[in-house]
Design a protein around this ligand. Structure first.
Ligand code: NAI
Ligand code: 15L
Length: 267
């Protein structure tokens, strides 16, 4: 069966979302090359390559990208941490991925950005991707930088990127905030597929969120991707609303970034 790509590189393959996408990407490529700094399950055959790598290692990332046709870049620190940790994995790592893409002629990147690039907006404000960013920490800042890097590499080198501002992608929502921010694994898989396959994306930014009832984000500027979420957090509302309600004056109850907006300082 012919597939749209010969080889896709997946970074962050050992992580929560990486483990889901390692499987799902098999539908789009003859070979999925999975990479992480952490332990990954062994290869299950020649269609399922495993190459450990630290994203902070520029030469290592260049080697990872050899003979690759598209990159799904999930690797990096995924929570708020001291700047120095984020700098190596997320900021230098992003640069290494784009430099390797340029050197190897790779023309499509899917970047796991985050809702934390706009985390300091109140929960009652609806955003689209033209809203000015309000990163809620070093982590959110690294994702904002990653989005800017994607814009630069498109205009300078023609490398197209879809930046997914993922909300909260877990098997099910864990709290009241996630009733708005939840992205089901099924919708994540569909979104990544659209990000890989849609024509002429240039640098498109899209919020990665399911069809939840109380959404904070509009994807009106990303309609060309053809992303049509099928799931909703409503299925879990009764269960979540039985949990003790958080205090209304907590930042987690007021701001879109939730608890990330109150993390740190780290000294
Ligand atoms: P995760 O923390 O489970 O996975 C991230 C992976 O990156 C880990 O396996 C880790 O070992 C790897 N990694 C960290 N530093 C590295 C380095 N220097 N070199 C190579 N690999 C390194 O996170 P998860 O939930 O799977 O998220 C995947 C991506 O999606 C992350 O970039 C995260 O920031 C982003 N995202 C996830 C959301 C979610 O709700 N799961 C929400 C918003 C964004
Ligand atoms: C993120 O960016 C994190 O990677 C993830 O662990 C979740 O906490 C998510 O945002 C969220 O905002 O719920």
């Amino acid at each position: 069966m012919s597939k749209p790509f010969n080889r896709i590189l997946l970074t962050g393959a050992a992580g929560g979302l990486g483990q889901i996408l390692r499987e799902a990407l098999q539908a789009h490529a003859h070979i999925v090359r999975s990479s992480d700094i952490g332990a990954m399950t062994p290869s299950r055959g020649e269609h399922d390559e495993v190459m450990p790598c630290n994203l902070a290692d520029k030469a290592g990332v260049a080697a990872l990208c050899k003979d690759v046709d598209a990159i799904v870049h999930l690797g990096g620190v995924s929570v708020e941490r001291p700047f120095e940790e984020i700098l190596q994995a997320n900021i230098c790592g992003m640069f290494h991925v784009y430099e390797a893409a340029r050197q190897h002629g790779i023309k499509r990147v899917v970047f796991a950005s985050s809702n934390h690039v706009t985390g300091f907006y109140p929960q009652d404000v609806e955003l689209d991707v033209h809203a000015l960013r309000r990163p809620d920490g070093y982590y959110g800042l690294s994702k904002a930088y990653g989005e800017d890097m994607a814009t630069f590499y498109f205009h300078r080198y023609g490398i197209e990127t879809v930046s997914l501002r993922i909300g909260s992608s877990f098997p099910e929502p864990r709290n009241r905030r996630m009733l708005s921010t939840w992205l089901s694994y099924g919708d994540l898989e569909h979104l990544v597929a659209r990000a890989l396959l849609a024509d002429k994306v240039e640098h498109t930014v899209v919020y990665g969120v399911s069809a939840n009832r109380d959404l904070w984000w509009s994807n009106r500027h990303a309609a060309h991707l053809g992303y049509a979420p099928q799931d909703s957090s409503e299925l879990f509302r009764a269960k979540i609303e039985r949990l003790p309600a958080p205090a209304t004056d907590e930042p987690g109850s007021q701001l879109q970034g939730g608890p990330f907006t109150a993390a740190g300082p780290f000294d």
